[in-house]
Design a protein around this ligand. Structure first.
Ligand SMILES: [Zn+2]
Length: 152
């Protein structure tokens, strides 16, 4: 993570299906989980998420989806605390499996299905922006398809 943004992506031309290792600058296939040259792991941010839902506005009522951990709104810690250091990304987004209640303009009103996320939640899916009052970075959540076995 500490190497992020220090190397301009424009210095090396990448073809489709390729990505660059930020540690040793070697070119890897996009599906590579670790660098084939130096074994550095690639951050999940640059790797496509399997079963990702892109057309979230078409989600039907009562269908299920899972929010990818670490996606969604966050802020940057402004002072050290027990759990976070200055400059660290603090995720505020939801995680877990949800049921669609209603698709709205900037997100999905949903119902959390586990003990951790139980209850109604609004899953932000709107554009990326920074709140001037709070400094919170609003980022759309990443959603993936889930299969739920219904008990009959
Ligand atoms: Zn490498």
């Amino acid at each position: 993570m500490y190497m992020e943004n220090t190397i301009s992506k424009n210095t090396v031309k990448l073809n489709r299906g390729q990505k660059l290792c930020k540690t040793c600058m070697s070119v890897n296939a996009a599906r590579q989980m670790v660098c084939k040259t130096c074994n550095s792991p690639f951050s999940s941010k640059s790797t496509p998420v399997k079963n990702q839902i892109n057309n979230w506005k078409n989600l039907e009522k009562d269908s299920y989806f899972k929010v990818v951990q670490g996606s969604g709104p966050y802020y940057i810690a402004s002072k050290d605390s027990e759990s976070h250091k200055v400059g660290e990304k603090v995720c505020m987004g939801y995680t877990g499996v949800f049921k669609v209640v209603k698709v709205e303009e900037n997100g999905i009103l949903s119902y959390g299905l586990s003990n951790k996320n139980a209850g109604y939640s609004f899953i932000y899916m709107g554009p990326s922006k920074t709140s001037k009052e709070t400094g919170i970075k609003m980022e759309p959540h990443k959603l993936v398809k889930v299969k739920i076995r219904k008990r009959t």
